[in-house]
Design a protein around this ligand. Sequence first.
Ligand SMILES: Cc1cc2nc3c(=O)[nH]c(=O)nc-3n(C[C@H](O)[C@H](O)[C@H](O)COP(=O)(O)O)c2cc1C
Length: 245
Amino acid sequence: MKELLNTIYKRKSVRKYDKNQQLSVEQMNSLKLYISQLQPLVPDISYHLEIVKREDTSAKFGEYCLLFYSEEKPFYLLNAGYILEQIDLYLESQYIGVCWYGMAHPKNKTVNGLKHVIMLAFGPSYPLVFRQNTSEFNRKEINTIWSGDFDEEIKEIVRLAPSACNTQSWHFTSSSDRVTIYRDPKIRSIIPKSKLTYFNSIDLGIVMCFFDIALINKGYSYQRTLIDQKTDDNLVKIATYQIKK
Ligand SMILES: Cc1cc2nc3c(=O)[nH]c(=O)nc-3n(C[C@H](O)[C@H](O)[C@H](O)COP(=O)(O)O)c2cc1C
């Protein structure tokens, strides 16, 4: 995961693909190799990844779709976000276009008893579709998503994480060696209320992937505890990190 840091600063959802090109056998083999080395957030949740042609889904763009199927155990949505974000960043690091695609559905809703959770669309994109500078990210200001002192570079990295409809429903608090991550269930969005917790839970897995990449790169070690608990401030506590340098 460590090697994914540089891509965080330039990633961008790609929705326009070059239909005159196809991914090469080497690119597909490298992706499959990368998939065999993914780091789960919760190791005992079974999941299955499948690469299908876009035509086998309702997706409107991309040459392929990467389908994520999972057991529905506690934290499985966080786990899906955490795992697929590694692939999102990996594909972008290879200059392959990719976009999270919550609105699309595959033909097969289950595989071996595992439920379809979400997919990524990906394929050859045009050159220079990625971001050149962090000023190109449309994101909340750091002070609105993080309260407390902490490594400023790490705060900036988590700020750049993608989320469904850019909702950014996360909130971080920190004291010297402890960081707590919350989900704001009252976030405003065009996502239907019935689907908001679902997508925002995937988003929280994505932001934890960014946080872990940042911590590892800056030489911090940590112990993470996952939680799912409403607080008095109308937030949902998702995780605490005990951090050491
Ligand atoms: C869980 C999730 C679901 C998403 N679903 C869709 C989707 O159905 N269609 C789409 O065009 N973009 C989708 N996106 C992409 C977001 O709109 C995008 O990440 C966000 O607006 C931030 O922009 P960026 O990725 O270019 O930084 C999704 C993103 C996430 C994380």
